[in-house]
Ligand binder design. Structure first.
Ligand code: ARG
Length: 603
């Protein structure tokens, strides 16, 4: 059942890719593993130790002058004096076309890679694998759900939703690149008494034309107005409750109006998410869980003796787990956020039989998810441990809001517009370059999007940060525009080198030994690190690791471009340098796409 469904969504190619990756596993093993494996196999043969002990110990030496990779012997738990052991192993180690030097430094063994081998293999892999360079199959056979963004219809799209969107989409991309099958879900806040209130408001203030034109904005304005009415006149709340009851009972008119709000909002959301390069496989939401499903949840909890009436509410007592009291519903029959999440989790397990489910939601909801997972566990759902809350810090701002020049922002669209138009102003300052860009509006939009996303992903997820337009607008230093600039410079080198080009077939005839300068090797090393960094990101799910990788690579690119020219060189040298730049462009492009950016070819 699932397989058929999977084919129809875009996770299917991810599975196919993973399978292909498995076939070519040796080719796609992180570049540096080839060297590590050589060290591990010789050391194990010499000492009788095993790879599972030695491999994880290999680390970057404190001082790169000592070598490229280091083995701290004291941690290898081998008999004898580690200092003496280091000396004797250094003597016995056989250098070859992978490792050119093994030297002891106290209890450390330091190794030096064969730079020619590293350079040749790295360029060949990046050019040969193209968009697959860096991908791995560590998640092959696993299926994951990534739930993220999840805004509430008719309410502001706040900073927390922005972060969830950026981080969630990154996590899905990383899983895809690690061989997982995935499905992305947007779990909208779209149900509850407040949507009865929205409908009551629409009958007072709604305008069909405006609804069609910009549903998100219009519904928000209606909602603000009717909330004011309700705070002056409590009878409005009764009306809202009655309306919501009709929605729940499936009354055609009431349900139909709500569905129109939802459908139109989703159309608009899709357009805005598109600007962020984000797609969802499924738009779900609180509304998708019927009263029937919810009652099943209640009965199950009741049968297990977990549900206790308490002052008009139905609760699950979690005090013994230090999780307080979880409010599941009210005795008047209305059900709450938490109960919908229980029903949703059970349903998703049934439909997708996931191996992991990630909820990308701000740290404010840590407690909610702890309660949710504990209740599932108490219900005997052994898979509760496969659910994970991926939290993140809050964006602080002066008045608790993000604002633009025009005022308080409540919509994602405003942030993207503001960032895009600012970038456009910046670009206009360089008239010559500006004139060469065929579509400056869309380039400015992408640069603005990159700026917004990279500033968010620069620090570890759980760090709070201050919302600050200067931070987003910055064109200098380690920013999204800088990364895009590096990528577009590489593309421009390729354009200018035409008709010279670098294809996998042509690689054979290129003489890489012409790449002798230190800048070339630094760039090779940066490219070679990508598969390692991606594999690590699959474990930590931290976008900042990829951001700092991309920045480091871009720095290496710009140092190389300054001195290693392609134009005006004899063909063999031009070709070798071009191959290096193509490998760098492929790698940077892959990293940017992983972060959710559209790599620019001109800017
Ligand atoms: N709509 C919620 C909010 O804006 C976020 C939903 C998070 N996901 C969940 N399964 N509870 O706060």
């Amino acid at each position: 059942k699932l397989a058929g469904w999977l084919k129809s969504i875009h996770s299917a190619p991810a599975l196919a890719n993973a399978a292909a990756t498995i076939d070519g596993l040796v080719e796609t093993a992180p570049q540096l593993d080839v060297f590590r494996f050589e060290i591990v196999s010789q050391i194990c043969a010499l000492t009788g130790s095993t790879p599972d002990v030695i491999y994880p110990l290999l680390e970057e030496p404190r001082d790169r002058k000592n070598g490229d990779i280091s083995l701290p012997l004291p941690r290898a738990r081998l008999p004898g004096n580690p200092i003496e052991l280091a000396t004797s192993l250094a003597q016995k180690f056989k250098c070859n076309d992978l490792i050119t030097k093994a030297a002891a430094a106290g209890p450390f063994l330091n190794f030096t890679y064969n730079r020619d081998t590293l350079r040749n293999r790295t360029i060949a892999s990046a050019v040969g694998l193209g968009p697959q360079y860096g991908a791995n199959a560590t998640g092959f056979g696993n299926f994951g759900i990534v739930e993220f963004s999840s805004p509430n219809i008719a309410k502001p799209f706040h900073a927390g939703h922005l972060r969830s969107t950026i981080i969630g989409s990154f996590i899905k991309n990383v899983l895809d690149a690690s061989g997982w099958g995935t499905v992305s879900i947007n779990y909208l806040g779209d149900w509850g008494k407040q949507y009865g209130l929205l409908a009551v408001g629409y009958e007072r203030y709604g305008n069909d034309e405006e609804l069609e034109k910009d549903p998100i904005r219009h519904l928000f304005h209606v909602y603000v107005k009717v909330n004011n009415d309700a705070s002056e006149n409590p009878a409005v709340h009764d009306e809202a409750r009655a309306y919501f009851k009709k929605m729940e009972d499936g009354d055609a008119h009431a349900y139909g109006l709500w569905k129109r709000f939802r459908d139109l909002s989703i159309v608009k959301y899709k357009e805005i998410y598109g600007r962020l390069n984000v797609q969802f496989d499924i738009y779900s939401g609180e509304s998708q869980y019927s009263l029937g499903q919810m009652r099943d949840v209640l009965h199950e909890l009741q049968d297990l003796g977990l549900l206790v009436p308490d002052q008009g509410a139905l609760i699950v007592d979690l005090k013994q787990f230090d999780l307080g009291v979880a409010v599941i519903g009210k005795t008047d029959g209305s059900l709450l956020y938490l109960s919908r999440d229980i029903a949703a989790a059970i349903d998703r397990k049934k439909v997708f039989d996931f191996d992991r489910m990630f909820y990308v939601v701000g740290n404010q909801q840590i407690h909610h998810f702890k309660q949710l997972f504990k209740i599932l566990e108490l219900q005997g759902k052994t898979w509760a441990e496969k659910c994970e809350h991926i939290g993140f810090g809050i964006i602080r701002s002066k008045d608790g809001n993000m604002s633009t020049r025009k005022g308080t922002v409540v919509f994602l669209e405003d942030i993207l517009d503001e960032a895009g138009s600012h970038m456009h102003e910046q670009m206009r300052k360089n008239e010559v370059k500006y004139a060469q860009i065929p579509d400056p509006d869309s380039v400015a939009d992408v640069v603005g999007q990159s700026a917004t996303m990279i500033q968010d992903m620069t620090a570890r997820r759980s760090k709070d940060y201050n919302f600050d337009w200067d931070r987003i607008f910055s064109f200098e230093g380690d920013t999204g525009p800088y990364l895009q600039y590096a990528h577009s410079r590489l593309c421009s080198i390729e354009r200018q080198a035409a008709p010279l080009e670098v294809t996998p077939e042509e690689l054979q005839s290129i003489d890489f030994s012409l790449l002798t300068e230190p800048q070339a090797f630094t760039l090779v090393e940066a490219i070679a690190a990508y598969p390692d960094v991606l594999r690590e990101a699959g474990k930590t799910l931290e976008p900042c690791t990829i951001v700092s990788f991309a920045l480091n690579l871009s720095h290496a690119v710009s140092s190389a471009i300054d001195v290693l020219w392609v134009s005006g060189q004899a063909k063999p040298l031009a070709h070798a340098r071009l191959a290096l730049y193509v490998a760098a462009r492929i790698t940077l492009g892959n990293a940017l796409r992983l972060l959710g950016l559209k790599p620019l070819t001109r800017m």
